[in-house]
Design a protein around this ligand. Structure first.
Ligand code: ZN
Length: 397
């Protein structure tokens, strides 16, 4: 039960959670008087957040109007910045994508160049939005560790020039809206959760691309840990014997020896394949050759899957997820990576932890990031307090 008085933002949460809400049902749910319900409802209707929707079956007299949340009352921009590509999408307030655009980048060109392209794409999409509604927020994923409270990346291994760059402040200045910045594997995990797995509570998403990242969803929310560093699967040390010979462990980009990523990351696959005389330069090249069925590349990916499987077997024992989703450029290129992961995880994890465990490919593939980013910012701007603050600001204008 709500304490009275209930704000318009709080009433909106009740409307969102109820099918066929009427003035009477909202009064019952909130304990508010009919007049108070009417006053809050009219604010929400005037601001396009709630619409009257159909009529309730009635035993006589005038049927009462039903109300529902209007997800078309605003838009959010969702951005997924990768090592070599960027995707920008426009979504409604429920996180459903309306349109998206993508292009090639090199993350090493630095924040000014890459964010300049993000700005151009976002401006184009906002100009094309189906209705003249306001931009409510922006969600941005980046391929490096993120200090979540500050909205910036910290010591990212693949992102020269980005260390502590204030990405969130940049977006707030350019677009004048609330912005949230997170690491790419987190938003991808959230995207997969909302599109396929919201009936379950605990999922792990693995991004097997140039690097190896992992996003953790627990009780339907991203788990970030104390500093935002949770889920850094790529730099777990693989023991001798875990698919590698004594003395074989290579040095990682992070400076340590024997990291998962130094053997199973896209950049490590490029290194190993080039040493065997196979002409590849990027993780994208590896993915293309895997799709073409090159046996040498497929064998290397299978081995990478088994190495990843050793780290994931520990993660499964530790976290006991219902689903392991495998995505990223290498992960979604071919089933070999998934097969290698399955082979080791089902063998090495505890029976209880794997009894209901599903290991599946990403359903959203290259759109997982923008779908997740849209949900992440959508959840934030639709919180009761955020909605009330926005309504208060709009009435002052
Ligand atoms: Zn490392």
């Amino acid at each position: 039960m709500f304490r009275a008085p209930v704000t318009a933002g709080e009433l909106l949460q009740v409307v969102r959670g109820e099918v066929g809400a009427t003035r009477a049902s909202l009064g019952e749910r909130t304990g508010m008087s009919r007049m108070a319900v009417e006053q809050r409802l009219s604010i929400l209707v005037e601001n396009g957040l709630v619409v009257a929707d159909g009529l309730e079956q009635s035993t006589g007299g005038r049927p009462p109007a039903q109300f529902r949340f209007n997800s078309e009352g605003g838009v959010v921009v969702a951005v997924d910045i990768g090592i070599s590509a960027v995707r920008v999408a426009l979504a409604d307030l429920a996180g459903d994508l309306l349109m998206d655009v993508s292009g090639s980048i090199s993350i090493e060109d630095g924040p000014e160049v890459v964010l300049g392209l993000v700005e151009k794409y976002a401006d184009e999409l906002i100009a094309k939005r189906p209705r003249p509604v306001e931009l409510w927020g922006m969600g941005i994923g980046v391929p490096g560790p993120v200090e979540f409270e500050q909205g910036r990346v910290v010591a990212p291994p693949f992102m020269p020039g980005w260390d502590r760059y204030p990405i969130r402040d940049w977006a707030t200045q350019r677009f004048g809206c609330p912005t949230v910045v997170d690491k790419d594997a987190n938003i991808m995990a959230l995207g997969e959760f909302h599109s396929s797995w919201s009936h379950l509570r605990h999922i792990l998403f693995v991004k097997a691309g140039t690097g190896v990242g992992c996003g953790i969803i627990t009780d339907g929310r991203i788990y970030r840990g104390a500093n935002g560093a949770a889920g850094d699967l790529g730099h777990i040390e693989i023991a001798d014997g875990d698919e590698i010979a004594d003395g074989e462990a290579p040095t990682c980009r992070c400076g340590n020896v024997g990291c998962v990523e130094a053997m199973a990351g896209g950049w490590a696959l490029v290194r190993d394949l080039r040493n065997k005389g196979i002409e590849v330069t990027t993780a994208g090249d590896v993915a293309r050759m895997a799709r073409a069925g090159d046996p040498g590349v497929l064998a290397a990916i299978r081995k990478a899957g088994r190495i990843l499987g050793h780290a994931l077997a520990d993660a499964v024992n530790f976290f006991n997820p219902s689903v392991l989703v495998i995505g990223g450029a290498i992960g979604q290129a071919h089933g070999e990576l998934l097969a290698g992961v399955r082979e080791v995880v089902y063998r090495r994890s505890l029976t209880l932890a794997t009894s209901d465990l599903q290991i599946v490919p990403s359903a959203l593939a290259e759109r997982a990031g923008v779908v997740g980013a849209a949900h992440l910012i959508g959840e934030q701007v639709m919180e009761a307090g955020a909605v009330d603050a926005r309504l208060a600001a709009s009435t002052k204008m």
